[in-house]
Design a protein around this ligand. Sequence first.
Ligand code: NAD
Ligand code: UDP
Length: 348
Amino acid sequence: QLHKRIQILEDGKKTYPEVDFLNYKDRKRILVTGGAGFVGSHLVDKLMLQGHEVTVVDNFFTGRKRNVEHWIGHENFELLHHDIVNPLFIEVDQIYHLASPASPPFYMYNPIKTIKTNSIGTINMLGLARRVRARVLLASTSEVYGDPEIHPQHEEYWGHVNPIGPRACYDEGKRVAETMCYAYQKQEGVEVRVARIFNTFGPRMHMNDGRVVSNFILQCLQNEPITIYGEGKQTRSFQYVSDLVDGLVALMNGNFSLPVNIGNPDEHTIIEFAQIIKKLIDSAGKRSDSEIVNKPAMTDDPQKRKPDISRAKKYINWQPKVDMLLGINKTIEYFRNELHRSKHSERN
Ligand code: NAD
Ligand code: UDP
């Protein structure tokens, strides 16, 4: 939608939608690591529309220039091709630290790199924050709770993670990243915010992302089998990306510095979720002949996941607003266009 509001003129210049006018004192210089990824690019849109100066740093491992290209050329926007495992020297007021692969196939593809990104990369961002006195928000994850023994998960639960399993590079990487944040806060006085993000979906998810939402939608749209890992009785709670972005901004700008769950408590089994997606695609007039097939269960796959969001409600005045079905319909529309686009580019 935002793309449609940016017009490219005949001389190649772009006109942008009105951004909020900010007084000099309210305008911030904001770094978004991983800003060319799925969540990061939506966050960039919000911050740009608020009138901030935004710098995106990304190594394009799972992100794409296309996700932010509509801002290239805007005087408040800068895109740096940089790997956060290497130090970065810039002047900023706030750092949203999102850089890290997030989908299991991608973070398991090169576990050592996942560990380096979350450990060395986070140290680099905290070191930068200390030098320039910036506030840092870490995009942590519900995976810090592992395969949880309590339900729903509240922030005081310490988790149940297998430290040597295939998911450990990500789970333990994020756990140590949280530890580092509080060490820098205590020892160096760095202001930190920690968002424990639960499963999120929406437009700009990567086509080959491998996460359940994109897999099921693409499988249904292409009449391919819907792959359920295990029996499908495991649960997840899905939030739409705009809710997450609102939560991240509220957390960054609030006064609460302990970890906060950001997620939608609307919980479903994976099998229910497959049926919901198939039904939505059918009711949109494009019959899907996809059948459900069971594949081997993933090792250490968490069996239940649902956020307790009392802390977010109480301390940052946030709760999700977008109905899951509405969000899924928007995401179906996005993937339908992406399929069309990739077929078209194959032909040419
Ligand atoms: P994504 O893979 O779309 O985005 C991650 C971005 O980080 C990509 O643009 C990638 O190229 C970049 N990146 C990876 N390693 C990097 C490095 N070493 N240097 C610079 N850039 C690097 O994933 P996403 O879904 O947008 O997730 C964003 C953040 O939110 C991640 O930190 C993830 O752990 C966290 N999170 C997401 C979810 C979710 O459901 N989407 C859930 C929990 C946590
Ligand atoms: N899943 C599935 N089929 C798929 C992809 C995922 O059954 O094609 C399951 C997966 O085993 C997990 C749940 O869906 O139980 C959510 O997986 P996802 O990779 O989206 O996120 P995460 O496991 O990190 O919550």
